[in-house]
Design a protein around this ligand. Sequence first.
Ligand SMILES: [Zn+2]
Length: 274
Amino acid sequence: MSCPLCLDDRPPRHELRAHDADLVRCRQCGLVRVEPMPTAEAAAALYDDAYFRDAERGYVDYVADERVFRQEFRRRLRQVRAAGGRGRLLDIGCASGALLLEAQAAGFQPSGLEPAPGLARRAAETSGCPVIAGTLADALLAPASFDVVTLFDVLEHLVDPVRALRRLQVTLAGGGLLAVTVPDYGGLWARVSGRHWPFITPWEHLVYFTRRTLRGALVRAGFDCVQFHSARTPLSFGTLAAKSPWPDALVPSSWAHRGVGLPAGTLFATARAP
Ligand SMILES: [Zn+2]
């Protein structure tokens, strides 16, 4: 398969093997990805309601940990506003609606898109915002219908990230702002951890971006004015315990759904639609 970023079709270099899967690196642009890539249908099938409360596949308990995510979304939305983001906002992969609630409080007019049907329903009920139940590939999104698109921790799950970004570029009004976060494969944490980095989860994370390859994907999809911002990686103590070798018993139950924003592990960029 050719590289989903630069379309180079030479055989890629082997990068590492983890969880019985191989990651490879494109010889031309350096993009790291799973090899072989699943089909788009197989990749999308992972995101049902159970994904959000299944430590093996996805989140330990997304809804219970919502407070930890909301805190970080509040910080990211402040940076979106500082970058000039205003108005109609579409949150891709809105889960139970944590970002929709924060976006409303910050003065945006938010809508959501979420493939897991139960979570999409919950997001609509708790926020009162319009929420489309479906995937980005299937959703009918009118051209130029949003001023801001947030794509937080989604792009690395997609088989063809450049194609998804192109769709979002068309969905944005002229000069509209895309805000995107991905795990930071080029950061110090990833580099010192190698194949043990906790975000190497090849059944769900198909593409591993660095600053350079994320910028490349945004530019190739037609965005300009790419800017990087600081972001934290929100993690509840319960999730830390479940995903680490430490015994669960170290975290008292009253602390399981509190958490921290780790000051590493996440790349955060904004870019403008032309
Ligand atoms: Zn490439």
